[in-house]
Design a protein around this ligand. Structure first.
Ligand SMILES: CC(C)(COP(=O)(O)OP(=O)(O)OC[C@H]1O[C@@H](n2cnc3c(N)ncnc32)[C@H](O)[C@@H]1OP(=O)(O)O)[C@@H](O)C(=O)NCCC(=O)NCCS
Length: 155
């Protein structure tokens, strides 16, 4: 039976991460990421891997935005593995990395408000986020009518 574990992403994970994110983006749950974006930001990513092959089953990235702010982005767990704690574990690894980097504020833009509340995030107004955050949003088909909720964790 496959056993799962959490680790930093490797170059060989990129195609699987891309596939997971494409699948969720088709359901309009998050933004897709190009191969170019994934290769250049691969060090931001954690993945859920299995011990029986190269497939990965979840991913999440911690992206540094500014001096004291980082973003949780591209969070997805494959549907068969949801509801057993991997989402929490992968986000907590990102938060732990933020602390290691000396960054104590982490935000996310999400439709999964209850999930992030369970992890201790609070809802905030999008207006308090710096302008730089919105650079990615220009590529979003919903721009400028963002219907995601901004949520913040202060550690
Ligand atoms: C959101 C997502 C990452 C959650 O991952 P998961 O592994 O199922 O979550 P966990 O099992 O770690 O759950 C953590 C907590 O959140 C709760 N939770 C998880 N998903 C939830 C949901 N959709 N609604 C309400 N609560 C939820 C769990 O009950 C659990 O609470 P507890 O620890 O207090 O008992 C996963 O559903 C997913 O990949 N969804 C599709 C992609 C997506 O929407 N990504 C978010 C983009 S920001």
């Amino acid at each position: 039976m496959n056993k799962f574990f959490l680790r930093k992403a490797r170059i060989s994970d990129v195609k699987s991460i891309h596939a997971i994110l494409m699948d969720c983006s088709r359901q309009e749950l998050l933004l897709p990421r190009s191969y170019s974006d994934l290769y250049s930001h691969l060090r931001d990513y954690y993945v859920i891997a299995g011990d029986t092959g190269p497939a990965i089953y979840g991913c999440c990235a911690l992206s540094i935005v500014w001096e004291s702010l980082a973003e949780i982005r591209s969070l997805a767990i494959v549907s068969d593995l949801r509801g057993v704690g991997w989402g929490r574990k992968i986000v907590e690894s990102c938060l732990s990395e933020a602390i290691t980097l000396g960054i104590y504020k982490v935000f996310t833009l999400t439709y999964q408000v209850t999930f992030f509340k369970r992890l201790g995030f609070i809802e905030i107004s999008k207006d308090v986020l710096p302008q730089k955050v919105w650079a990615d949003c220009l590529r979003c088909p919903k721009f400028p009518d963002c219907d995601e909720t901004a949520m913040l964790m202060e550690m």
